[in-house]
Design a protein around this ligand. Structure first.
Ligand SMILES: Cc1cc2nc3c(=O)[nH]c(=O)nc-3n(C[C@H](O)[C@H](O)[C@H](O)COP(=O)(O)OP(=O)(O)OC[C@H]3O[C@@H](n4cnc5c(N)ncnc54)[C@H](O)[C@@H]3O)c2cc1C
Length: 377
């Protein structure tokens, strides 16, 4: 069987694999990316495309998200991939949401977030989509942006090949990794460094090490509307009060406990399915809506219409679009660690596994990849 050589073999062409291929290639290394499918088809093409620093806890993770955003901007410019640099609004319709939003705005600025509390008139001047009825204001942050995940995952491999000579091998599953060698169904590679970026496939390569790492699966249901009328723009990406209990950044707020208690007591379906509602816009003008969070050691292959209904009920109270009709529904899965923002393992010399970025892989990958490659020396 054919044996080839590369400085670095990256396994998986989701955003984590692509970001690592980019970081290694920019250091002058010869990089091969092996992807099981004919194109990436995991979480990286199923998400909102939101780069969401405001969700990261202050300190190292916020810094990583902001660095990642900088690299995204550089890559987007080099590839001419369209994107929205609109920031985000966490809309408040309840007193406890307003209290948490105001508290975050006060504390956040000192911790490195670029955010402010905005009164309803300011919110509606920024966003045609925010429902003005009952609106008490919003936390406005300027650092969030939206990329088109399907377009980005399709275009980045060609860009990496043309600009940095990265060699992509699609339809090439890695079957085993051992002693600096990767075995695939289409030959073997010897490499100085092997980076395993296989997303939520925790069963194929180093399953014992991954099991011990304590990762779990999370399944999310998503929807997308038909294209909105020409010229209609979402403006800032939208989130609501439910989102404040989801991202760890809001833990700085002493008032978060009361908001959580109200949701637990009064919104049982939302609590049960881990629902919070976020909205982004694609470059073609559709609106992407999600999502739910079903955690566990296995993934239910069947979707639950009840979850979509809960998401849409909440959405209709917080946002208005010219076209609400749903054109697409799908689910995505990612791996996450209950306490860590990501998992990086070295099961043997020269091999790194990078996974478990949970709901922040688009936000963190480029920053994390830079750190992985630095640590590799
Ligand atoms: C519905 C949803 C919404 C989300 N929204 C956001 C968001 O807006 N912002 C944000 O920051 N994050 C978001 N996330 C999280 C983000 O999408 C993930 O953290 C990220 O995509 C994970 O990337 P990955 O490369 O690890 O995995 P994946 O994208 O799943 O890629 C892994 C790749 O590895 C390949 N592979 C696996 N095993 C092998 C093998 N043995 N050989 C070869 N190839 C292999 C797979 O085919 C796959 O293409 C969302 C996730 C979901 C599911």
């Amino acid at each position: 069987m054919n044996v080839e050589h590369a400085d670095v073999v990256v396994i998986g062409s989701g955003i984590v694999g692509l970001a690592h291929a980019y970081a290694a290639a920019r250091k002058g290394m010869e990089v091969v990316v092996l992807e099981r499918s004919a194109a990436a088809r995991g979480a990286s093409i199923r998400n909102f495309g939101l780069i969401w620093p405001v969700g990261q806890p202050a300190g190292a993770m916020l810094e990583m998200a902001l660095r990642s955003r900088e690299i995204w901007l550089d890559v987007l410019e080099q590839t001419s991939l369209p994107h929205w640099r609109t920031g985000s609004l966490h809309l408040a319709y309840r007193a406890d949401e307003e209290t948490v939003g105001r508290e975050f705005a006060d504390l956040g600025v000192k911790l490195g977030y670029t955010c402010q509390w905005m009164e309803p008139s300011g919110v509606t001047s920024l966003s045609d989509a925010a429902n003005p009825e009952g609106l008490r204001g919003a936390l406005y942050s300027t650092t969030e942006m939206t990329v088109d995940p399907r377009a980005a995952m399709a275009k980045l491999p060609a860009f990496l090949t043309e600009r940095y000579g990265v060699d992509f091998r699609f339809s090439t599953p890695a079957l085993a990794v051992r002693g600096g060698r990767v075995e695939t169904s289409r030959g073997s590679w010897n490499a100085d460094h092997i980076l395993i970026c296989c997303g939520h496939d925790l069963e194929s390569l180093y399953p014992a090490e991954l099991e011990q790492a304590g990762l779990q699966f999370c399944k999310l249901q998503m929807m997308r509307t038909f294209q909105q009328p020409d010229g209609w723009l979402l403006g800032p990406a939208l989130a609501g009060g439910l989102t404040m209990r989801y991202y760890p950044s809001f833990e700085i707020c002493g008032n978060l406990g009361a908001l959580r208690q109200r949701i637990t007591a009064q919104m049982r379906g939302y609590e049960r399915w881990g629902i919070h509602v976020m909205v982004s816009q694609t470059m073609q003008g559709e609106v992407t809506i999600g999502d739910s969070h079903e955690y566990g050691s296995s993934v239910d292959v069947f979707d639950k219409p009840e979850i979509d209904e809960l998401i849409l009920d909440y959405l209709h109270a917080m946002a208005r679009f010219p076209i609400l009709e749903i054109a697409q529904r799908w689910h995505g899965v990612y791996a996450r660690h209950p306490n860590e923002p990501y998992v990086r393992l070295r099961p043997e010399a020269g091999v790194e596994i990078v996974t478990g970025l949970g709901g922040a892989g688009m936000t963190l990958s480029f920053g994390l990849a830079e750190k992985t490659i630095e640590a590799m020396g």
